[in-house]
Write a protein that binds this ligand. Structure first.
Ligand code: ATP
Length: 308
């Protein structure tokens, strides 16, 4: 659905993207993450056919951003990080305008407004003047404006910013629902715990380069993370773990540890057996789902240390 090939983008004084390539299947929810200034907004703007890459190619649902930017605009919905709303218009009028601009047939506009207002939970605010909406409600209106024409791809730059926990939860539900209906979503955010809730894949970018693209929670599907607990603390635990060549110790103390090992269950069984045979009172040995936040931080740390 989204294909980027060797995309490089330069502002007059700075190169913001270098050789970024990836492809995303329909229905995926891609979390776009990276530190401030990594190039996330620039990438989303290139995908939305609002910026033209210096080199490389992008297609959205088979349409080239370079050859047919207007065609791309019909296929996508884009919410920018700092978007404006028409302050003096009501929510209904804003949605009406967005529907017309997005190419919704005149006869279908009314139904599109009701459907969209329902989905972004603004149905009871249709007559409210947009300029008086709270930050969170404004954000929902922005999302509504971006999706009212039924785009096959939604590009959302920091959609959760300013939303309260309940509204964030309903945003996750909305995004999951859209993806189940086949919409492809790319969402940038700094709130990793939340992206983890709904994203199916993650793209890490840093200093304008794509450094990783993979499934959420399975940034490294070959390795599992295991939490180990002892019912009786033992100073021998750290030593025993460090002596095992097939595992990596993330954290270890006398009564618990976090270790990594190959995903093969036989390795787990043999590690557990050895710990027990060494007399350690193992009370817990559970595979943990790697949190996006942790995998992000350990990934960035490894990059900084020059590890692969
Ligand atoms: P953030 O998480 O802070 O929103 P980002 O990952 O979205 O950051 P971009 O906004 O894409 O990053 O910026 C990428 C790089 O391009 C940064 O070095 C930024 O300073 C630079 N940049 C962004 N917009 C412009 C511009 N209009 N003119 C010149 N440089 C720009």
């Amino acid at each position: 659905m989204i294909v980027a090939e060797a995309v490089t983008y330069e502002y007059p004084s700075v190169r913001a993207l270098t050789d970024v390539s990836f492809s995303v299947e329909a229905g995926a929810i891609v979390a776009l993450i990276g530190p401030n200034g990594a190039g996330k907004t620039t990438l989303l703007r290139c995908l939305a056919a609002l910026e033209r890459p210096y080199s490389g190619h992008i297609t959205i649902d088979g349409v080239s951003t370079e050859a047919d930017p207007r065609g791309v605009h019909r296929k996508i919905g884009y919410l920018s990080d700092f978007f404006g709303v028409y302050e003096d218009l009501t929510v209904r009028q804003c949605l009406h305008y967005a529907a017309m601009a997005g190419g919704v047939e005149t006869g279908a506009v009314k139904a599109a407004i009701s459907r969209t207002a329902e989905r972004v939970e603004l149905a009871d605010r249709l007559e409210t003047v947009a300029g008086t909406l709270s930050r969170g409600l404004r954000q929902r209106l922005g999302i509504g404006q971006a999706m009212i024409h039924g785009p096959s791809t939604l590009l959302l730059d920091e959609p959760a910013s300013g939303l309260d926990p309940e509204a964030r939860h309903s945003l996750s539900q909305l995004l999951k629902g859209l993806s189940q209906e086949g919409t492809t979503l790319m969402v940038s955010s700094h709130i990793l715990s939340e992206l983890e809730d709904y994203a199916t894949e993650v793209i890490f970018i840093r200093e304008g380069r794509l450094v990783q693209h993979g499934p959420v929670g399975g940034a490294d599907v070959e390795t599992v993370r295991v939490r180990l607990d002892l019912s009786e603390p033992s100073d021998q635990l750290v030593q025993s773990l460090e002596a095992m060549a097939e595992i990596t110790v993330d954290e270890a103390g006398p009564s618990s540890a976090i270790i990594r090992m190959p995903a093969d269950p036989e390795v787990r069984q043999s590690v557990l057996q050895r710990l027990i045979s060494e007399g350690l009172a193992v009370s817990g040995f559970a595979v943990e789902k790697e949190r996006l936040q942790e995998s992000y931080l350990s990934f960035v740390e490894n990059l900084d240390e020059g590890k692969p």
